[in-house]
Design a protein around this ligand. Structure first.
Ligand code: AHR
Length: 502
């Protein structure tokens, strides 16, 4: 179907927020152990972290990383993970029914972040711990030498405070599965106390209150409102989490889940702004979309099996292998996040390695890029400058789950300094190609630099240890004539098109 759009610098949403390209490392399955950390691996650095994985993390272009959970954090004792490795305890992790060896803890992780160039976002345990432990932890991480916990850190070889700016106040506290699950008022009171103490320590911290675990939760909306009514003055962001999968084989709706994420963001923004309005406040609480991805949770109904399975170190949990179709969905979700650059303060794809991740590893062996690695890396690399919405007609796809959605889902970024224009677009039809005309008259004379497409005629194609490059970005079909760009978008495809001033 032919569709026509116009891109114009006047359609600006705001500057590209680099923190949209965050990731997540949880002590879950093989994300940490035999994921980022494996001291016996041939590529391991002096501290035991895998060099091959670190190289892929740099190539992925992630900016922020959330740690150490996730569900894991709600039963976590930060004290167990610091000090000499030989004296750290082995403990039972209730979230994932695994043995946690504590061989990686806060200092090790923060040092790794420095080496790979990631901004850390730490989550504190508000599940089975409270205000006192949360404050001790902040002092351990960020305190200047000369007080008890800061000096403990100094004694562990880290004189300089880590200066962590981003903090999550618990994780998914609305979820009945969470250790220490709370009602909205119980959580809101605790989060407010912790937030107040944290801001007293350092008013420049960026604090994230827990929003709903997903928009299908029965308390969605009310949870955000109640939490913000208590915490509004002390927090900066409210979290959002969502995972997508084809439900009942409905790939048509699955390919259009970016429309669902779009609505979810609008709903949380409306709720936050409602609380602001009631307080006559101009302060804006933004979203920390600190868990999002494709996750075949239905397959994870192996949960029953896990309950009875042997409890081991680093079990191979939720190692989803992503298809070409999943990569298109991930690319389209990144488009949604970019379109909300003004209200999404942080976003973290969950997770980084092995557990629902863009990178897979073999213990002692190879590391490779999953299909979903590619749209993330291209967007993180080329989205620069100002985010621009597109005007025009973008076609239509009728979906059972989301109703009618635009067929071509797109956004652009323009870097006025370099003159680079990047267009990110997904064809959300499973069956129909789109012939897309993009009017670019407002940008003066342009040249086409590159057009890369992610997708495959075989929607189920995957990358593997034996064929790590089965699905990689390929050259797309487009032509620039004067100020009109013509693009062919095959069904279920994601595109990154780069242009520059002549
Ligand atoms: O990312 C996997 C899990 O999903 C996280 O631990 C939890 O916060 C969410 O439910």
């Amino acid at each position: 179907m032919p569709v026509t759009s116009t891109i114009d610098p006047a359609f600006s949403v705001g500057l590209v927020n680099p923190w949209l390209f965050g990731t997540f490392v949880e002590h879950l399955g093989r994300c940490v152990y035999t994921g980022i950390y494996e001291p016996t691996h041939p590529s391991a650095d002096e501290d035991g972290f895998r060099g091959d994985v670190a190289a892929l993390v740099r190539e992925l272009g992630a900016t922020v990383v959330r740690y150490p959970g996730g569900n894991f954090v709600s039963n976590y004792r930060w004290e167990d993970g610091v000090g000499p490795r030989a004296s750290r305890p082995r403990v039972f992790d209730l979230a994932w029914r695994s043995i946690e060896t504590n061989q990686v803890g806060t200092d090790d992780f923060l040092a790794w972040c420095t080496r790979v160039g990631l901004e850390p976002m730490l989550a504190v345990n508000l599940g089975n711990r409270g205000l006192a432990e949360a404050v001790d932890y902040l002092e351990y991480v960020n305190g200047a030498p000369g007080t008890r916990y800061a000096d403990q850190r100094v004694g562990n070889g880290h004189v300089k405070p880590w200066g962590v700016r981003l903090w999550c106040l618990g994780n998914e506290m609305d979820g009945p599965w969470q250790i220490g699950h709370k009602t909205p008022v119980e959580y809101a009171r605790l989060a407010q106390e912790v937030a107040h103490a944290y801001k007293t320590f350092d008013p420049d911290l960026q604090l994230v209150a827990c929003g709903s675990s997903n928009p299908a939760m029965p308390t969605f909306g009310d949870w955000e409102r109640i939490v913000l009514e208590h915490c509004f003055d002390d927090v900066d962001l409210i979290s959002a989490h969502v995972y997508y999968e084809p439900i009942g084989g409905d790939d048509v709706s699955f390919l259009a889940v970016s429309a669902h994420m779009d609505r979810y963001i609008r709903d949380v923004v409306s709720t936050a702004d409602h609380v602001a309005a009631k307080r006559h406040s101009q302060k804006r609480i933004n979203i920390s979309f600190d868990e999002w991805n494709v996750w075949f949770a239905a397959r994870h109904a192996e949960k029953e099996v896990e309950q009875t399975a042997e409890v081991t170190e680093a079990p191979a949990l939720i190692q989803d292998v992503y298809t070409a179709l999943d990569a298109v969905v991930v690319g389209s979700l990144l488009i949604t996040l970019l379109r909300h650059t003004d209200r999404v303060g942080v976003a973290c794809q969950a997770q980084l390695v092995n557990a629902i991740a863009p990178i897979l590893t073999v213990p002692g062996g190879a590391a490779w890029r999953q299909t979903i690695f590619h749209p993330f890396a291209l967007t993180a690399k080329y989205a620069r400058g100002t985010v621009l919405m597109l005007g025009g007609d973008h076609g239509q796809v009728d979906t059972p789950a989301h109703g009618a959605v635009e067929q071509v889902w797109a956004v652009a970024t323009h870097d006025a300094q370099s003159g680079e224009l990047a267009i990110f677009a997904a064809n959300r039809s499973l069956t129909d190609p789109a012939s897309w005309t993009v009017r670019l008259g407002a940008f003066g004379e342009l040249r086409l630099v590159e057009h890369l497409v992610v997708g495959d005629e075989d929607h189920s194609a995957v990358n593997s240890e034996d064929f790590p490059d089965r699905v990689v970005p390929k050259a797309g079909v487009s032509a620039l004539a004067g100020d009109q760009l013509s693009v062919t978008l095959p069904p279920a495809s994601w595109h990154c098109i780069r242009l520059a001033s002549r």
